[in-house]
Design a protein around this ligand. Sequence first.
Ligand code: NAP
Length: 247
Amino acid sequence: MQLSGRVAIVTGAGQGIGKAIALKLASYGADIAAVDVNLEKAQEIAKEAQSMGRRAMAIKADVTSVKETEEMAEKVFNDLEAIHVLVNNAGITRDGLILRMKEEDWDAVIGVNLKGAFNCSKAVLKYMTKMKWGRIVNIASVVGEMGNAGQANYAASKAGVIGLTKSIAREFASRNITCNAVAPGFIETAMTDALSDKVKEDLLKHIPLGRLGGPNDVAMGVLFLSSNAAGYITGHVLDINGGMVMA
Ligand code: NAP
């Protein structure tokens, strides 16, 4: 699963799962573009990748912006001379029951989680097509497969990401570009810190492996799907959920 000579873009790389993915890909040899709305956090990740001997850059970009994502891809291609891997990881939640969910909460979550993945994919695909090699890995969620009360916007965005993944997989297979998703269960990050101990206890009852996941569990799946080893896998959704949902 070596990624030496590969250039990988990770969105939402500043913390949590994105940080773990960026550093995992770097530790397996990839040069890294750490993309986040928070430039300082992205710079820390780039520095850490550089300390491993990789070329690495930090880019401030909001994935909801077509202009910023196009400029981001152009900058990575110019500075690192390639784009081999894109990990669409940036994501947000704005939870609430449907009858109380505000329009702006629906739009914000669909905008970052789904439109953001579309924008970044579209921006890099022209470079991957030129290179005749590419790997896109989208971070979906178990919630996109099973639904979740109080997360209609988030679940819809992640189900949409799965449809986007399979469509890119079909459109670009002939160019030697694969597109897969990972669907994490409940992973300990800032996003899930907000859950109460009671909710976490209840969740554990539904996880056969008996623990919440860690960012590294997700990063290992992304590493595999980004590598040569996964060359005959496309349009797949890899569940990383401790057995919580078994397709
Ligand atoms: P996190 O800790 O909240 O990190 C998300 C990162 O994305 C943050 O650095 C955030 O920056 C950045 N970001 C937010 N909006 C952005 C935008 N518009 N453009 C660029 N960057 C943006 O979340 P996480 O738990 O690591 O989750 C990462 C991904 O995994 C998300 O797609 C999430 O839906 C998915 N996921 C998480 C879990 C879980 O249990 N944690 C489970 C399933 C799937 P700021 O913090 O500065 O806003």
